[in-house]
Design a binder for this molecule. Structure first.
Ligand code: GLV
Length: 321
């Protein structure tokens, strides 16, 4: 008999076909997110699950799923999974590193350029029929070329963002809890600085750290006040790394010039204060969303699940035990 698995959200048909070769699959192609009660009840007789960042895996859920052996996230971030609870319950947890770095790096640049050049604000003005004449001082923005790019977190995605800065002849500085190797610093042409230096020197501050208790509100009121009033903040990492209420206040009062955000606290019910601001570019958590990359992420999660339940050795195991 094939092991039973649950796929919690809609995925590509060929990914489901691949999984069906190994498993009895319960899918959710209608894509209605499960609340925690529904998730626990649907998972209670399953050995594996392919999940997304909206599914919370914690002790409470695991105690109701005695057969569960693996949960495979379709995401590189895994703050929705309590790894320690999984370890105690002998449940393997995996993520999808590597396959989304370039696409997420590209989208970070989309946010940088759109925010610096006030693209969404200008488009809204045009669409509203307000464009009556050319003006010399219309939508004056921030030059990217020769500017200083400050990167929090020079991991895989941070490095992609840094390497793309060469084309704009930028100065690149970074801060991380661990300094990168000289080879990485050289490839990224990035100089290691303190958090304070980064905030005060950068024209563009972009965040590429995972969310954890240590990075919760890494950027709050104090940090925003250390940035240049002409600077912009970009976040395509995780909601919660930035204190959204403090950011709204900083954007409203002119403490910083603008922000480009793909992620928010409390997604998808983000702080409505953002909608009242013109100097913020907003996206609904789509940084990795190219056709090719979302497919690679789903397939990698499926491969992790197949390996976990057949060999016990998934390639992207997060909690070896
Ligand atoms: C998306 O946010 C991811 O973590 O892959």
């Amino acid at each position: 008999m094939k092991p039973k698995i649950l796929v919690t959200r809609e995925v590509f048909d060929d990914v489901l076909e691949y999984l069906s070769q190994y498993f009895e699959v319960t899918s959710n192609q209608s894509d209605i997110p499960f609340d925690s009660e529904t998730l626990a009840s649907k998972l209670s007789d399953k050995q594996g699950a392919m999940i997304t960042l909206t599914d919370r895996i914690d002790t409470l859920l695991l105690t109701r799923c005695p057969n569960l052996k693996a949960v495979c996230n379709i995401a590189v971030g895994y703050n929705n999974i309590d790894l320690e609870a999984c370890r105690k319950a002998n449940v393997m947890a995996t993520n999808t590193p590597g396959v989304l770095d370039d696409t997420t790096g590209d989208f970070t640049w989309t946010l940088i350029l759109a925010t610096a050049r006030r693209l969404t604000e200008a488009e809204a003005y045009l669409r509203a029929g307000q464009w009556d004449r050319w003006k010399l001082k219309q939508f004056l923005g921030l030059d990217i070329h020769h500017a200083t790019l400050g990167i929090f977190g020079l991991g895989r995605i941070g490095q992609v963002v840094a390497r793309r800065a060469t084309g704009f002849e930028m100065k690149v500085i970074y801060h991380d809890v661990h300094r990168a190797t000289p080879e990485i610093e050289q490839a990224c042409r990035a100089r290691f600085v303190s958090k304070e230096e980064l905030l005060s020197l950068a024209d563009i501050v972009t965040i590429h750290v995972p969310y954890s208790p240590e990075t919760h509100h890494l950027i709050g009121k104090r940090e925003l006040e250390q940035m240049k009033p002409t600077a912009i903040l970009i976040n395509a990492s995780r909601g919660g790394v930035v204190d959204d209420a403090a950011l709204i206040e900083a954007l409203r009062s002119g403490t910083i010039a603008g922000a480009g955000l793909d992620v928010f606290e409390n997604e998808p019910k983000f702080n409505p204060g953002f909608l009242e601001l013109k100097n913020v570019v907003l996206a609904p958590h789509i940084a990795s969303s190219s056709k090719a990359t979302r497919h690679k992420m789903a397939m990698l999660a499926a491969e992790n699940l197949v390996a976990a339940l057949t060999t016990g050795k998934p390639p992207n195991l997060l909690n070896p035990f």
